[in-house]
Design a protein around this ligand. Structure first.
Ligand code: FES
Length: 408
């Protein structure tokens, strides 16, 4: 049965869904969102389009304009694991603008995936797959699980990761289930793995709490492999990301129903924009957040020149200054600058601003590249070194020791 026939039999033939993904420079990640949209269309029996917050097409306004030309009711469903600035500010701003753009269309704004039993069930299966690989059974051995999420400057979002971990622990025979993060907040994966090792479990299962198989998932797998090498008395392995498992569709279906029946449930009582949380006093009231959302909207409006779009949410983790003054320029620093930027563009994990700098006072030892806040200066850097600096230092906080000129 075609979508329209299914829709008309369900009385849904005048509505559609917009599945909103983050957007990435890696087309593979954008394709995963479009595939989920197609699967969701098959599941719900109404037209489902994919739209993106940044870096990919169509943008949310363009996608809504497209749908509004054929239906009078649109439900926005957010393909985000946690509710941070994008879910709480950027998408609502886009939806609010779309409502004034399309006064004849009803537009519902749905919640993110959040904490849902289907996701806990999926994590349980991801853990069981790793146990099978390691030849370990949680009922006969001490199996410790370390869930690893992206990390955010939103405490509410980070607390949801802990809640998922606790729900995964409850009622199952894991020795312990811990939470860690890739970046932005603590505890980091590496630190948590060392802590868990002290209790000498038989096995450690690392679960990437990520949708896709991007660089962040790769970094988590690397972390698990390094830990496995470092602790021979513990078997360790990393599981697969959530991917496009049917249980993701279950959750998206629930979020759709909640939105179109105006029964969206967000944890507003612990939202830093609504209540004053210690350490986040400046965020309460949302004025700063709205300013950031307006800036974000402005800087990501033009999807034709993706390379011109900044990809910074909070202040970048690192600043890279490449000396392009006379001597370093003659030694090839412009090419190094371009290569660093290219490598950073191709990395989902890299959160750095890469800029030109004037003379760093090490003329003749360049091209000079300085990285802050680490205070590491690299000398005699060539194009090939750029890849190592990004994949090691910027992506994984690993200093490239053979290139170090000085550390401040
Ligand atoms: S020109 Fe680069 S350090 Fe002086």
């Amino acid at each position: 049965m075609t979508t329209n026939a299914k829709a008309s039999s369900n009385g849904l033939d005048d509505e559609a869904v917009l599945l909103v993904g983050h957007g990435s420079r890696r087309e593979k990640s954008n394709e995963q969102v479009r595939t989920l949209a197609a699967d969701l269309e098959g599941r719900l029996g109404v037209p489902v389009d994919a739209g993106f917050l940044e870096l990919a097409k169509p943008s949310i306004p363009d996608a809504i304009a497209g749908l509004a030309s054929s239906v009078s009711r649109i439900t926005v469903v957010q393909l985000s694991l946690f509710a941070a600035s994008h879910v709480k500010n950027d998408v609502p701003l886009a939806v609010r603008n779309a409502r004034s753009e399309h006064p004849g269309t009803t537009i519902h704004n749905g919640a993110h995936l959040g904490v849902h039993p289907a996701l806990v069930d999926l994590l349980d299966d991801r853990a069981a797959a790793v146990e099978a690989e390691l030849g370990i059974d949680r009922d006969d051995a001490d199996v410790a699980v370390v869930l690893c999420a992206r990390g955010s400057s939103d405490p509410d979002a980070n607390s949801d990761a802990h809640k998922l971990a606790r729900l995964l622990y409850e009622g199952r025979s894991f020795d312990r289930v811990e939470t860690s993060f890739v970046g932005v907040t603590e505890p980091r994966l590496e630190e948590m793995l060392h802590t868990v090792a002290k209790s000498r479990p038989d096995a450690v299962v690392v679960l990437p709490y990520m949708l896709g198989d991007g660089v962040l998932t790769g970094r988590i797998r690397d972390g698990a492999a390094e830990f496995d090498d470092e602790y021979p008395y513990v078997d360790a392995g990393a599981g697969d990301p959530l991917g496009s498992d049917t249980r993701i569709l279950d959750v998206l279906g629930d979020r759709w129903q909640e939105a179109r029946t105006d029964s969206v449930d967000m944890s507003c009582d612990t939202c830093k924009y609504k209540v004053e949380l210690d350490g986040y006093e400046e965020d309460v009231g949302g004025a700063r957040a709205m300013l950031r959302a307006l800036t974000h909207q402005e800087s990501h409006a033009d999807r034709d020149d993706v390379d011109a779009q900044p990809h910074a949410h909070d202040a970048p983790e690192k600043h890279v200054a490449v000396c392009t003054n006379q001597t370093c320029a003659a030694d090839g620093s412009p090419a190094v600058l371009e290569r660093l930027r290219q490598e950073a563009r191709d990395s989902d994990a890299c959160d750095a601003r890469i800029t030109r700098s004037s003379c760093l006072g090490r003329c003749g030892d360049g091209p000079m590249v300085a990285i802050y806040p680490d205070g590491v200066w690299y000398g005699d850097v060539d194009r090939a070194d750029a890849e190592r600096i990004v994949s090691s230092h910027l992506d994984r906080d690993r200093i490239v020791s053979d290139l170090v000129d000085q550390t401040l």
